[in-house]
Ligand binder design. Sequence first.
Ligand code: SAH
Length: 212
Amino acid sequence: MDFEAARTELIKRLTTEIRDKRVLKVMSRLPRESFVPPEEQHLAYEDIPLPIGLGQTISQPYIIALMTASLGLTGKERVLEIGTGSGYQAAILAELARLVVTVERLPALAKEARSLLGSLGYKNIKVHLAELTLGWPAEAPYDAIIVTAGAPKVPDILLKQLVIGGRMVTPVGSRYEQELYKITKGRDKNVVQSLGGCRFVSLIGESAWEEE
Ligand code: SAH
């Protein structure tokens, strides 16, 4: 299969909906096929989420592009990602920001992503195994936070790990469907924008859902 041609075709289709050229450029170079299991590789450039094992998924390319673009990264930022999964989103962020701190609660996925991102040469991504408290307070505050699992409500504990003026993008809703929110943290109040509907696997933990 010609992955490069399929990748070019997908990015061309995304161009009609995603205006941020920098995000699309990064996605046009990154091999999504390397982040999915061998049996899913032929579907790597369909605009759909794909299973990555342990009941988890790599998100749909359109949603990844939309979320990444909404963070307005310029290259100087420190970014926190919740839900490393395959490591694909972390790799995109690492091309657009200074540092990416990413946390994953499933040890096998964290280990695999760490080793893949290392072998791809990324030096500005730290993969941590999630602790009880959501996020990674030890290295807070962050300029941007991206939550790649669905939460029942906006996780306030993550807003605390964001700088004033920082952006957080997070799916919020039921276990099965959510709305994507972009929240810009203000000194007194936050600005909340909806980016549309989405479907993510559940964010698990103290400030989120119980494991099923
Ligand atoms: N961003 C990923 C997709 C993640 S799927 C990618 O690019 O492939 C969501 C991930 O969030 C799953 O791997 C799941 O195990 C993880 N997760 C769920 N709750 C979490 C929590 N509280 N802290 C860290 N990771 C969590």
